[in-house]
Design a protein around this ligand. Structure first.
Ligand code: ZN
Ligand code: ZN
Length: 394
């Protein structure tokens, strides 16, 4: 392990920032206090600070030397609507809200990196420290891109990270290509004809539609997808009926689709529409499908993945870097930044062993042992990527 010395010295302070943010979680686009805390800290380090992008987003700007090269490092600010059960002293003071995805740790590591890089300035160019709101569900990363993040702050590449409790602390994983899936949602509303349940022949039973549709939708992955392409179709909600003896008029099915490729996404949506229309026709009912593409897949570019892995190896050692991790179908709105710019998203090991609670679990708490590693990775990556001018000067 090769921690950046200025980061190692900052660990007690980073822990206190992390615990403070953890105790005061705020959810999507309401990260007012968290955003103010970040902006104050960046200003106190001496950075130029821009606020208000995507409402609560913050961008810190740090320049060194005379080079025109620039990269962006991104963290997320938001918490989740979960009631915390950890019982730790820094547990959430905001009822029903919790930093259960470790964005408190992400924010802290990027603050630590900003503080260290401002003091050492062992780089030539510009580092943009991007703190985005609303990573969970609401696409704050998309809003930042739409509001001109990359026009206002031109950068060659953008980098992101997420703590990963399934991997032991002291390890890092990433690779070129897709690392996390695209996130789509769907809602199917089928309208039959309500009737007395004992006189079902007088109605058209939408429950029957639901039973057939849930089964048939699974055939898309099983029978329409190439066996080496990835896709998940999950029906997660069934709403219909209120009592024992009534066939309802309407049933609503909702769920999610996860994919890595646009062609697979198109195929699943098209097959879903065909299957729903077919079953509805078979039972003489009408059905509608609302299909919404929320987040694209998180796809790392070749060159930037190499850069990220080089920085990771410099910090945790090549033996502790997994360069071919199995991708996950969970989603990440850093995908919107990667769709606009080359870059790389890594997983930072944060596990304490097999019993470590997973992300979004009410017993989860970011592992403070990962703080110095993640922040050292940021500093190392920035120094390696913006070293050209220093080499020329030497
Ligand atoms: Zn999350
Ligand atoms: Zn997260």
């Amino acid at each position: 392990m090769k921690l950046v010395p200025e980061i190692a010295a900052l660990v007690p302070e980073m822990k206190s920032w992390r615990h403070r943010i953890h105790a005061h979680p705020e959810t999507a686009f309401e990260e007012i206090a968290t955003s103010a805390f970040v902006a104050d800290k960046l200003r106190s380090f001496g950075l130029e600070v821009h606020t208000g992008l995507a409402k609560t987003g913050v961008v810190g700007v740090l320049r060194a030397g005379s080079g025109g090269d620039a990269i962006g490092l991104r963290a997320d600010l938001d918490a989740l609507p979960i009631q915390e059960k950890t019982g730790v002293t820094h547990a959430s003071r905001n009822a029903g809200k919790m930093h259960a995805c470790g964005h408190d740790g992400h924010t802290t590591m990027l603050l630590g990196a900003a503080s260290a890089l401002e003091r050492t300035k062992r780089f030539d160019g510009t580092v943009y420290f991007i703190f985005q709101p609303a990573e969970e569900n609401e696409g704050g990363g998309r809003v930042m891109v739409e509001e001109g993040l990359f026009d206002r702050f031109p950068m060659r590449a953008v980098y992101g990270m997420h703590n990963w409790p399934k991997m032991p602390v002291g390890t890092i994983a990433a690779k070129a290509g897709p690392l996390m899936g695209a996130y789509d949602i769907f809602e199917i509303v089928v309208t039959g004809k309500g009737a007395h349940a004992a006189m079902a022949y007088q109605g058209k039973d939408p429950m029957l539609f639901a039973a057939h549709a849930i089964n048939a939708l699974q055939t898309i992955v099983a029978r329409n997808l190439h066996p080496l392409d990835a896709g998940v179709v999950s029906v997660t909600q069934v709403h219909g009926g209120d009592t024992w003896n009534v066939i309802p008029q309407e049933v609503v099915l909702r769920g999610t689709v996860r994919t890595f490729k646009r062609e697979v996404q198109d195929l699943i949506e098209q097959r879903m529409r065909t299957i729903v229309a077919g079953i509805a026709a078979m039972f003489e009912m009408s059905a509608t499908v609302r299909y919404e593409r929320r987040y694209p897949a998180t796809i790392n570019s070749e060159e930037e993945a190499r850069h990220a892995l080089a920085a990771a190896s410099a910090v945790v050692g090549a033996a502790n870097v997994d360069t071919d991790p199995m991708p996950e179908m969970g989603s990440e709105d850093f995908a919107f930044m990667l769709a606009a710019k080359p870059g790389c998203y890594i997983w930072l090991g944060a596990g304490r062993g097999p019993e470590t609670p997973g992300l979004h679990n009410p017993y989860y708490d970011f592992n403070d042992d990962a703080l110095a590693i993640g922040a050292s990775y940021w500093v190392t990556l920035a120094e390696q990527q913006l070293a050209a001018g220093l080499r020329r000067a030497a």
